[in-house]
Design a binder for this molecule. Structure first.
Ligand SMILES: [Zn+2]
Length: 275
């Protein structure tokens, strides 16, 4: 699933090309997207003639702001892709929506093999309310004191689950949680409330380092992730534990990386140098 660095990369790419563009056509190609619309939503045709004013990310979601206070909330979930492409490119059966513009040759397509993703056509105020209700603070915006406070107030959660809980902190998923915990030398089973002050600081720094580095390498391309122009990311080359089960730990070289399930999610860590 695309996490914060992947979604941030997509948003930056889309923003540079789409802000100021006016919609010529917006269509759903698959009925499942209509079924996922919420009460009060607009028809895609309502966006025609509207200009894109801004695009930003919140957690793992993409928000597109149009004039007339219209918005589009996009969640890519497992296999969703939102990218610009030449109109000559074949539209395959996994492409579920497209937007065409008056003064841009490329078109925006939403492609999703497993169909867990969604596009919600809502007023911007509704989107902002929904997002704020469901998501905790942004990890790259939160300060160290608030981070420590969140660890204490949700202290009964295991670190892995604490990092994955979008209501506590938004945007972190399975890959980056494992990479942060490895770099912070903390076991994923530890309770959030059990960290010393020093350990909490270590995790905060590891979180910032991992996310910042992953954004600079345009995310991790594990399965279907591509950026706004269809290119893959490169952070997967820097993964130290994720999907490296059975390989020697790159830090201590004492043990092999193991995989365990925590709340049904595969978790990779070193049994020797993470405390
Ligand atoms: Zn190790």
């Amino acid at each position: 699933m695309p996490e914060l660095p992947e979604v941030e990369t997509i948003v930056r790419g889309l923003k540079s090309e789409l802000v100021g563009q006016r919609v010529r056509e917006f269509v759903f190609l698959s009925p499942h997207l209509e079924k996922k619309q919420l009460p009060g939503s607009f028809q895609p045709a309502a966006y025609e003639g509207r200009k894109i004013l801004d695009i930003w990310r919140r957690g793992k979601m993409i928000i597109i702001k149009f004039d007339g206070q219209l918005g589009l909330l996009v969640h890519l979930k497992m296999t969703g892709q939102l990218f610009l492409t030449e109109p000559e490119q074949r539209i395959d059966r996994h492409t579920h929506a497209l937007l065409r513009f008056y003064h841009l040759k490329k078109e925006l397509r939403f492609r999703d093999i497993r169909k867990f993703g969604f596009l919600n056509c809502l007023a911007l105020t509704q989107i902002e309310a929904k997002v704020d209700q469901n998501l905790g603070p942004e990890p790259l915006e939160i300060d160290l004191a608030s981070w420590k406070w969140l660890l204490k107030t949700h202290g009964q959660k295991r670190l892995k689950n604490w990092l994955l809980d979008q209501k506590i902190i938004a945007g972190i998923g399975n890959i980056y949680s494992d990479e942060m915990l490895f770099r912070a030398r903390l076991k994923p089973f530890r309770l959030a409330g059990s960290l010393t002050d020093q350990e909490a600081t270590r995790l905060y720094r590891a979180m910032r380092r991992v996310l910042t580095e992953a954004i600079s390498l345009k995310g991790s391309s594990i399965s279907d992730y591509v950026d706004a122009s269809g290119e893959k990311g490169r952070f997967q080359e820097r993964h130290r534990v994720y999907a490296r089960e059975g390989q020697l730990c790159p830090r201590c070289r004492q043990e092999k990386i193991i995989r365990k399930k925590i709340n049904g999610r595969s978790t990779f860590f070193c049994p020797s140098c993470q405390d």
